[in-house]
Write a protein that binds this ligand. Structure first.
Ligand code: HPA
Length: 270
């Protein structure tokens, strides 16, 4: 794995000569964030050695390199999900690559289902913690100490300072944000009503199929990490509306301008 990561990093460095400070993973319906980047290079995943290939509708597959203000950024336009059949090492491979391209901070976005009654469709949630309920762990197996320690401290997986800064930015821009705990489940089914109830009882505010593996691997390598989620459907028992992928994309796209602004300003100001 170490050798593969370094091979990929060397390829990208040779191609771009670019050393980003921020990595950004763009979730469902949030891909247009790349419009906020002064793009210098775009590398499609299928041209990058050792990268998996994207299959989900609404997700593009490219690494986008450029600047926001005076900050250097690499954005993943499209991510890899466990439910697509990738194993956790593949899902999190790009995070390792971004680390050795030079990032020290990782920003992750996603769409999720809300179970906190204070949320509604379109709510923007700053993730303050997560509950990992995915069936495979990205750090399972022999640990490579060059990446990080065997046992990873997870007391602050999401940077409290980045959350505080984003709350400031949101207030100044008149954007309502909540905070909350994200539960990662494997999907690809959306939850049954009973499963949404379980998510709530277990102490989470929202649920989705991504983010947790990337954040675990980011913390393994001591990246400072920030997560933001758009509530695209509410999983409550009164809600008999069916959730589907089109609805999720539509709701995520509606919140997109606000999420874009928050991430852009966080990168500029933090
Ligand atoms: N459940 C799981 N993943 C999701 C949901 C949901 O309700 N909405 C968007 N992604």
């Amino acid at each position: 794995m170490w050798e593969q990561v370094q091979e990929t990093v060397n390829y990208i460095k040779e191609k771009t000569g670019f050393a980003p400070e921020y990595g950004v993973i763009l979730g469902s319906g949030l891909g247009s964030f790349t419009n906020d980047i002064q793009v210098e290079f775009t590398l499609p995943y299928n041209e990058i050695p050792n990268f998996p290939v994207v299959t989900v509708e609404g997700h593009k597959g490219a690494l986008v390199f450029g600047t926001i203000g005076d900050k250097k950024v690499v954005a993943m336009q499209g991510r890899f999900h466990f439910y697509e059949g990738y194993d956790m090492k593949q899902v999190t491979f790009p995070v390792r690559v971004m680390k050795y391209l030079g990032i020290t901070k990782l920003i992750v976005s996603n769409a999720s289902g809300g179970v906190n009654p204070a949320y509604e469709v379109g709510s923007i949630v700053l993730i303050k913690d997560h509950i990992n309920m995915l069936p495979e762990h990205p750090l399972r197996g022999k640990n490579d100490d060059r990446f990080g320690p065997r046992f990873v401290n997870m007391s602050e997986p999401y940077s409290l300072k980045m959350i505080a800064k984003t709350k400031e930015i949101a207030k100044a821009a008149n954007i309502e944000v909540k905070d909350g705990i994200y539960m990662g489940l494997q999907g690809p089914t959306f939850e049954t009503l009973s499963e949404y109830r379980m998510v709530k009882i277990l102490g989470a505010d929202c649920v989705g199929m991504s983010t947790v593996p990337e954040v675990i691997v980011a913390r393994h390598m001591e990246l400072e990490t920030f997560g933001i989620s758009v509530i695209t459907d509410m999983g409550d028992e009164e809600n008999i509306e069916e959730v589907n992928h089109a609805e999720v994309l539509k709701a995520a796209e509606k919140a997109e301008p606000s999420v874009r602004l928050l991430i852009k300003e966080l990168i500029k100001q933090y």
